[in-house]
Design a protein around this ligand. Structure first.
Ligand code: THU
Length: 134
């Protein structure tokens, strides 16, 4: 799937974010190797710690459905759902990507105007992966 189309789906997902504490809404659209898209939004919690990021909601929903292979994820975010700069996945979400994705997995981000693409190898170098436990 085209990266711009995946970004559009991430923007749609962002509208579902539950963010009464930070007001910062994030949407993610994750593409499986068989062409399906799983969306995620961030879901916050009054106890703060249980908050989950949009990226992990997308990954865990896909894994729940038996998906294990992924090619691309689009991520967008902004205060009140307004895109003004590029939003990048947090460290925890990058490590979750590492669990299921190869080095060539693609991250697409957008500030609402431009699009940038990076590989997982770019955003998580020198990582600890399932291969280390073989
Ligand atoms: N957030 C995400 O959903 N994904 C990220 O990669 C960065 C942060 C969310 C968590 C929290 O609800 C809000 O953004 C502010 O940190």
């Amino acid at each position: 799937m085209d990266s711009r189309e995946l970004i559009r789906l991430a923007i749609d997902a962002m509208a579902k974010a539950y963010t009464p504490y930070s007001g910062f809404k994030v949407g993610a659209a994750l593409l499986t190797d068989d062409g399906q898209v799983y969306i995620g939004c961030n879901i916050e919690n009054a106890a703060y710690g249980p908050t989950v990021c949009a990226e992990r909601v997308a990954f865990f929903t896909a894994v729940r459905d038996g998906k294990r292979k992924f090619t691309k994820i689009a991520v967008v975010g902004g205060m009140g759902g307004e895109l003004s700069s590029f939003t990048y996945p947090c460290g925890v979400c990058r490590q979750v990507m590492r669990e299921f994705c190869d080095d060539d997995f693609v991250l697409v981000v957008s500030d609402g105007k431009d699009i940038k693409e990076h590989t997982l190898a770019d955003i998580l170098p020198y990582s600890f992966s399932p291969k280390d436990l073989k």
